[in-house]
Design a protein around this ligand. Structure first.
Ligand SMILES: C[S@@+](CC[C@H](N)C(=O)[O-])C[C@H]1O[C@@H](n2cnc3c(N)ncnc32)[C@H](O)[C@@H]1O
Length: 620
């Protein structure tokens, strides 16, 4: 076969239309392969050319007529693919289309809470990505992600600057209401700093975007809520080191309305955990640093077990090095995992995200409190009560002590106390109410340990203060200010004081059944559990009041799994503290004692003394 076989033939010239008469004349004169056309063929061709058109199907005719009429009546619209510029009558079409049905009150309330929650959620996410980028963790994905977030925020601020400067009207709302007025109002109330912080949130950008056709009422309510919580928004963004100033600096010479004060230098909070600062709720501008007894209260993320706390308190045959709340310690029978039901150490974890959506607030009369920045649902596990694990009752000040109790042996009920007076997390700042508390403490087993969780006992509204019931005993020596008609303090003032042995006055939660000795093991198996729990209710007398959370004498052996739990059934891989996951490595440490940077001495993590209730100005 020659090469020429594979050469493509030249493309034929396009055929032009030839009238039939010419074709016939040509056909007669051309030497066709089959010879000239026969008279028959010529007659057939002539007949075809002169045929009468068939009558059109009436239905097809009608449809075509209607379409033609519609096409005539409708003005031409822009073909999305064409480059031709037929002006699309967008505004007219919008004006003619029926106005969207207004949302019901309930829908507005739900959407408002979700939008506000999403704004905080977005800021938290961007803040975490920025920290990862800054610290060089997970570098490629986070860098790209952060770059995209900055780009979106920059574009948004540029549009808003143009809007405020009256150069751009593309952000006017569909209803004809000038959105620029709302933006102007908002800027006056939350300032450019709050605005630029919120610009990093997709939810906020959508709220002010024309494309999203947000209900006017909903937008107004969300903006009002943001205005009322301006301090919260600003501190939340700043303590997460959101780079809001970087967005405004390009306009520093443009004399943009209200922008001057926002361009001043402000303090950065790189060194502070978000839960080491509290938002002032009373309208003041001063951020409060939580402190107790003139000791600053640093945030820690894991329970601390220091053998030094236990050496005088454990049975001589036991080892003070062993943290009894760890499942592998086998000192107490902590039961199966609450979530995957594995009898062995598993990899289940409670997510940290809900705890990132709460803030510390300075209340008027109860010190620091905690507020929800997300509309939590009943049953949500919000986080863990973290602190130093010390022998129950070994510290006289029980203000932040949450006691774990064993149900099986009333004589040795107190086991471990989580004392958070110095090191702890946000959970220690949840204040008390005597009625209708929104969260409860629960003793849970999961992963490699037993932990004390805070769980929502009912739906919690956005910005609502979280509350828990410490139990009446806590208030025997203190004055409750919850203001409820059934307040323990009010009732105690009426009732004469009871005589009896001195009782521990911390908050108390039952630990799950323990295996103190063989004889008690029988009581906790089979029939034992329910009866034991009942007996305890009977026996306990006033002591049953100690039990908060699950309710008096409530059996907490098999709590329901919750949704915000990460479940893994495989046992954890011992990563040997390779440093890849510093938090997790620490967590797998048998005993975790965090470094104390207060005096540079790791062996003596004593409280940092502060001069007075330390405050700093939010406006830098
Ligand atoms: C576990 S701490 C809670 C955080 C505390 N507000 C703070 O600023 O650190 C418990 C203390 O908070 C205060 N507290 C909490 N709830 C209260 C209430 N309903 N009435 C009065 N004081 C309350 C009391 O001083 C109590 O001893």
């Amino acid at each position: 076969m020659s090469l020429a076989t594979f050469v493509r033939p030249a493309i034929a010239a396009p055929r032009t239309h030839v009238p039939l008469s010419v074709a016939l004349a040509q056909a007669k004169s051309y030497p066709l392969p089959g010879g000239p056309l026969s008279p028959d063929s010529i007659a057939r061709l002539k007949a075809y050319a002169n045929r009468k058109p068939r009558p059109r199907d009436p239905l097809v005719a009608e449809t075509l007529g209607t379409l033609a009429a519609v096409a005539k009546a409708t003005p031409p619209t822009r073909d999305p693919l064409s480059l031709g510029s037929v002006a699309a009558p967008k505004a007219e079409a919008k004006a003619k289309s029926p106005p969207p049905r207004p949302l019901s009150r309930k829908s507005i309330a739900t959407l408002k809470a979700k939008t506000l929650g999403n704004i905080y959620y977005d800021l938290n996410r961007v803040g975490k990505v920025r920290i990862n980028v800054r610290e060089g963790r997970k570098i490629t994905t986070d860098r790209t992600r952060y770059w995209h977030e900055c780009k979106k925020a920059t574009n948004f601020i540029s549009k808003m600057v143009n809007l405020v400067a009256g150069l751009d009207d593309s952000y006017h709302s569909a209803e004809g209401l000038a959105l620029s007025d709302e933006v102007d109002d908002l800027l006056q109330r939350i300032g450019w700093e709050g605005f630029a912080i919120a610009a990093y949130s997709e939810a906020f950008r959508r709220l002010l975007s024309l494309d999203q056709e947000v209900d006017t009422q909903l937008r107004q309510e969300v903006l009002e809520a943001l205005t009322a919580n301006k301090n919260s928004l600003e501190l939340y963004g700043r303590v997460r080191n959101i780079d809001w100033r970087g967005l405004l600096l390009p306009y520093s010479n443009d004399n943009i309305r209200y922008m001057g004060p926002a361009l001043k230098l402000v303090k950065k909070f790189w060194d502070r955990h978000p839960h080491e600062l509290a938002t002032p709720l009373d309208g003041g501008d001063h951020v409060v640093t939580p402190s107790y007894d003139n000791h600053r209260q640093p945030n820690v993320t894991k329970n601390i077990w220091d053998p030094a706390d236990w050496k005088d308190h454990v049975d001589p045959k036991d080892n003070p090095e062993i943290n009894v709340t760890m499942r592998w310690a086998h000192v107490y029978d902590l039961g199966c995992c609450d979530f995957c039901e594995s009898p062995h150490v598993c990899r289940c974890e409670v997510q940290s995200m809900p705890g990132e959506l709460v803030e510390l607030v300075k209340t008027a009369d109860r010190g620091i409190g905690v507020r929800a920045l997300w509309p939590f649902r009943k049953g949500d596990i919000l986080g863990e009560y973290i602190g130093r694990l010390i022998p129950d009752g070994s510290r006289s000040d029980q203000t932040y002590a949450l006691g774990w109790e064993a149900l099986s042996d009333p004589r040795t009920r107190g086991i471990v106390s989580i004392d958070a007076y110095y090191q702890g997390n946000w959970a220690r700042f949840v204040n008390h109410v005597c009625e209708n508390a929104s969260v409860e403490y629960r003793c849970r087993t999961f992963g490699d340990r037993a932990a004390m969780t805070l769980e929502a006992t009912r739906d919690i509204a956005m910005y609502e203060e979280l509350t828990v019931n410490y139990g009446p005993k806590y208030w025997k020596t203190r004055q409750c200010r919850c203001g409820s008609s059934n307040c323990y303090s009010a009732r105690q003032a009426e009732a004469p004081p009871k005589k009896g042995r001195a009782r521990k006055t911390g908050m108390r939660v039952p630990l799950r059944e323990i295996k103190v000795g063989e004889e008690e093991q029988e009581a906790v198996t089979g029939k034992g559990v329910a009866e034991e729990s009942q007996a305890l209710q009977g026996n306990a007398g006033d002591d049953s009041e100690n039990i908060v959370g699950g309710g008096e004498g409530e059996e907490v052996l098999c709590p329901d799994p919750s949704s915000n739990v990460v479940m893994y059934q495989d046992p954890p891989k011992n990563n040997g503290g390779d440093g890849d996951h510093p938090e997790k490595d620490d967590h797998k440490d048998k005993n975790y004692v965090p470094e104390d940077d207060s005096d540079g001495d790791d062996d003596d993590p004593g409280p940092t003394v502060v001069e007075a209730a330390e405050v700093m100005d939010l406006s830098g």
